[in-house]
Write a protein that binds this ligand. Structure first.
Ligand SMILES: [Zn+2]
Length: 270
């Protein structure tokens, strides 16, 4: 076989291999691009055609920017593999998505432009804010909900979080779990999720109860509310707080230790 023929054959094989791997989501990628083009067209319009109409001539301000995400919500997929999650997020009938999917081996799939609205939060509330899909970035961690999170996965997650924090100036308090914003409805990421490691890296806060003396008048439920929890149902709010901060305790009772933890936390989240 002469050298030219050999290299030509090699090129064909490489091209075929690439097209096979990149074609798996070619159809849904076209759907994504078409949808983004439609949104871009809407953005290019002056006051959009279905907005509040006045008879006065349009005067466009010169001072504006894109809306930006201000919260990061972390999930576990409760699925068996990253492939299964990618499939779920590319089937229109599921109507669910997230901006990022992080596989067990640390691979990061960025599935949606950070400036667009994902469908990951559902009915949820954090502080006074509702419709959290509109203000947040969703990150799905490939995990079945019972297994530990892999070190490769957590190190990729920390890199993604670092990028998001810098890009959108997201405050340290605004890195939360799905369970935090949807008490009684969601329990992800599971009790095995390393929130303390995240806090040590500047994403969310952790507590220090060393030498903490809780004042008698301290109201633990009010502290939960100040941190951000929806306390409309107290038991559910306490359960979500425990999943995040006291994962070894599966009760929904506030103990003296919890009062110390909450007293320590509220000062940071306030
Ligand atoms: Zn979730």
């Amino acid at each position: 076989m002469n050298r030219f023929f050999y290299y030509s054959l090699l090129l064909v094989v490489v091209a075929l291999t690439n097209s096979c791997t990149s074609n798996k989501y070619a159809t849904t990628n076209r759907v994504y691009k078409k949808q983004v083009r439609a949104f871009a067209k809407l953005l290019r319009e002056y006051p959009i055609s279905d907005s509040f109409a006045t008879a006065t001539p349009w005067v466009g301000t010169t001072n504006f920017s894109m809306r930006r995400p201000s919260l990061v919500v972390i999930h576990h997929t409760a699925q068996k593999s990253c492939d299964q999650t990618l499939r779920t997020f590319t089937l229109p009938r599921t109507a669910v998505s997230s901006h990022y999917v992080i596989c067990r081996d640390g691979t990061v799939h960025h599935m949606l432009n950070d400036l667009l609205r994902g469908h990951h939060a559902g009915v949820s509330k954090w502080g006074g804010a509702t419709d959290l899909n509109s203000s947040s970035i969703g990150i799905e961690i490939d995990n079945d909900g019972t297994e530990p999170f892999s070190p490769d996965q957590i190190s990729s997650l920390l890199r993604v979080l670092g990028y998001l924090k810098r890009a959108f100036t997201i405050p340290q308090s605004s890195f939360v779990g799905h369970a935090d914003i949807a008490p009684g409805r969601k329990v992800d990421p599971s009790r095995r999720f390393p929130w303390q490691t995240l806090a040590q890296n500047g994403f969310g806060y952790w507590y220090d109860t060393t030498g903490v003396k809780v004042p008698e008048h301290f109201n633990a439920l009010q502290a939960l509310r100040i941190i951000g929890y929806n306390t409309a149902n107290e038991k559910n709010a306490i359960q979500s707080y425990k999943i995040h901060f006291v994962p070894q305790d599966t009760t929904s009772l506030l103990t003296e230790t919890d009062r110390k933890i909450l007293f320590s936390l509220v000062g940071k989240y306030q």
